[in-house]
Design a protein around this ligand. Structure first.
Ligand code: ITT
Length: 196
């Protein structure tokens, strides 16, 4: 079964594609099919994931899987949240976003630096699918004072995972996937897809 992965984010593709492939899906990233990113006008991770999956399904005629995710920082009232990719501006790089967050939290003491990643994965069988599969995972951590580690993507170098004693960027891909927001959402999605 061919499925389009409705993301332009290479980090997400790395963390999702091989397990979906092992599950028996023939995964193609939307960029390989020339699909441009959908406009993310939703106000929730769920809405944005549905928008992205629907857009890719519409253009390709294939079933689609989308990932909407982000980082919610307690002391910022859950920001940057759904705006995580655009935190430092509309075309901001991961590095710029991460630096803006470190600067914003400069005077915040260690015990107030709690944060969590969220990931919503959506599977749509076709663009008009009225009952998409929707799965959510979250991951608790703490924002560091400086970046560490070269793995992962996005905010991983400043996301300290207390259970591992390392940042997310210091974990291997398999270690991250075993516990991350995306790994959890993916496990739920594969179970849901198995059941129809
Ligand atoms: P697509 O919409 O094309 O999938 P995107 O990068 O724009 O790609 P989002 O709108 O979902 O994706 O934004 C997600 C943001 O959250 C982005 O800034 C990521 O770097 C960050 N993020 C999500 N998952 C992450 C993870 O596992 N590690 C670090 N940062 C993550």
């Amino acid at each position: 079964q061919k499925v389009v992965l409705a993301t332009g984010n290479a980090g997400k593709v790395r963390e999702l594609a091989d397990l979906l492939g092992n599950f028996g899906l023939d995964v193609v990233a939307q960029t390989e099919l020339g699909v441009e990113s959908a406009e993310e006008t939703g106000l929730t991770f769920i809405e944005n994931a549905v928008l992205k999956a629907r857009h890719a399904a519409q253009i390709t005629g294939l079933p689609a899987i989308a990932d909407d995710s982000g980082l919610a920082v307690d002391v910022l009232g859950g920001a940057p949240g759904i705006y995580s990719a655009r935190y430092a501006g509309i075309d901001a790089t991961d590095q710029q976003n991460l630096e803006k967050l470190l600067a914003t939290l400069k005077d915040v003491p260690d015990e107030q630096r709690k944060a969590r990643f969220h990931c919503v994965l959506v599977y749509m069988r076709h663009a008009e699918d009225p009952t998409p599969l929707v799965c959510h995972g979250s991951w608790e951590g703490q924002i560091t004072r400086e970046a560490a580690g070269a793995g992962g993507f996005g905010y991983d170098p400043i996301f300290f995972v207390p259970t591992e004693g390392k940042t997310a960027a210091e974990l291997t891909r398999d270690e991250k996937r075993a516990i991350s927001h995306r790994g959890q959402a993916l496990k739920l999605l594969l179970e849901a897809m198995k059941n129809g």
